[in-house]
Design a binder for this molecule. Structure first.
Ligand SMILES: *Cc1c(COP(=O)(O)O)cnc(C)c1O
Length: 392
């Protein structure tokens, strides 16, 4: 071999092709000539140049998520928060106003509260279950409304139709974070959203081994604006992460359906146990937004379930310690069931009074139901409840 040759000299010949997408970690792509590069930049030919601007593994993953959401040209980002950042900072300018739902994901709330105002973008939060209170918070300068369809952790349903109508009438961009609900339950573009985004980290990739996001706009000009912002600010993902997420995504619908069935069963079972004061699940008869959940999610309750036990923090500690079969970890959408305690994690920044106002007590838990055998899950929750009763 000539020692001066460093570049790969091509792959071995094969008349058959791989059945799995290869991982392509190359940061740069070589073109034949300056004319050929011109043609690429001018869009007369298609080809990659530099991985921050795009690479095959990101595009393969993006096309799969596009297909689920009914989007074209969606962009994979390095995290879900990168997708939120792209939507908020890539589409707004100083002087604009942004209205958000008051129970958004914690870091989205923080971006609304701290980062946008620092950059001259005013923000307000309002209750998305009530379109009238959202309407009252709109301003002349409102550029964008950001909501999630199902809130964390109390699983309230946004009035998506009402809010979409408000936005349409005023030419305001409606951005929907569809992480919790997923396209299995709702396709926000069909319900009037202008921009849809995901934390792919959660249910779509589904194995808690990759941090990624995805964002798409309906309007091609906005889509281009998002792309340029993402590439300029470096919110782009790694090929290996995209490859892992593609592998996870293949089983997304099966995982979702299985976890949902188990969540329904577990919710029914929990509601009958001593010491359980409340079970929150969108399709349950006692859910405050049941009718809206039926209409918006077409009966799809999802894999998220919340419940409350008697006995305050002592009982909560005993429950988490004794429910050994589930991870006490602040994430969701994993193949394994995870349990989170909002008062000590996502909502620890709120005063006890502010938490009480949205129904989060020390005995409140949120469950992201995974793929375990439903009876095994009941056993571990049963052990947790018995320990909690002993600690009261
Ligand atoms: C996790 C999450 C995010 C942020 O996603 P990362 O991939 O962790 O950056 C945004 N929105 C919702 C609803 C989430 O659950």
């Amino acid at each position: 071999m000539k020692p001066t040759i460093i570049r790969p000299q091509g792959l071995p010949d094969s008349v058959s092709s791989p059945v799995v997408t290869p991982i392509m970690p190359s940061v740069v792509y070589a073109s034949d000539t300056p004319d050929a590069l011109d043609a690429q930049y001018e869009g007369r030919t298609s080809g990659y140049t530099y991985a921050r601007e795009g690479h095959p593994n990101a595009d393969v993953l993006a096309r799969r998520i596009d297909a689920l959401e009914g989007a074209t040209g969606g962009i994979v980002t390095g995290s879900g928060m990168a997708a939120v950042t792209a939507a908020l900072l890539g589409l707004c300018k100083a002087g604009d106003h942004v209205l958000g739902g008051d129970q958004l994901y914690g870091r989205s709330l923080r971006m609304m509260r701290d980062d946008l105002p620092r950059l001259g973008i005013e923000t307000t939060l309002a209750d998305p279950t009530d379109a009238a209170s959202m309407e009252a918070a709109l301003r002349e300068t409102t550029r964008l409304v950001l909501i999630e369809v199902v809130s964390n952790p109390t699983l309230r349903l946004a009035d998506l139709d009402g809010i979409a109508a408000l936005c349409k009438a005023r030419d305001i961009l409606l951005v929907v974070d569809n992480t919790f609900t997923t396209p299995r339950a709702i396709k926000p573009f069909e319900q009037g959203a202008d921009v849809v985004l995901h934390s792919v980290t959660k249910l779509l990739a589904g194995h808690s081994d990759v941090t990624l996001g995805w964002v798409a706009a309906k309007d091609p000009d906005l889509q281009r604006q998002l792309y340029d912002f993402i590439v300029t600010t470096g919110l782009t993902p790694s090929p290996f992460d995209c490859w892992l997420a593609e592998r996870g995504l293949v089983s997304f619908d099966l995982r979702f359906d299985r976890a949902q069935r188990t969540a329904e069963t577990l919710g029914r079972w929990l509601a009958g146990q001593a010491g359980v004061t409340r079970v929150l699940y969108p399709t349950r008869d006692d859910h405050p937004d049941r009718a809206r959940a039926q209409a918006l999610l077409r009966g799809t309750g999802g894999n998220m379930l919340s419940f409350e036990i008697e006995g305050g923090r002592a009982a909560a500690n005993a429950f988490a310690a004794a429910a050994e079969g589930v991870a006490f970890a602040p994430t969701l959408g994993d193949v394994g069931t995870t349990l989170s305690h909002p008062a000590s994690s996502s909502h620890r920044g709120l005063t006890p009074e502010a938490r009480a106002a949205i129904g989060i007590s020390e005995g409140f838990f949120r469950v992201s139901v995974g793929l375990e055998d439903p009876e095994a899950l009941q056993d571990t929750f049963g052990a947790g409840l018995a320990a909690a009763r002993g600690a009261r």
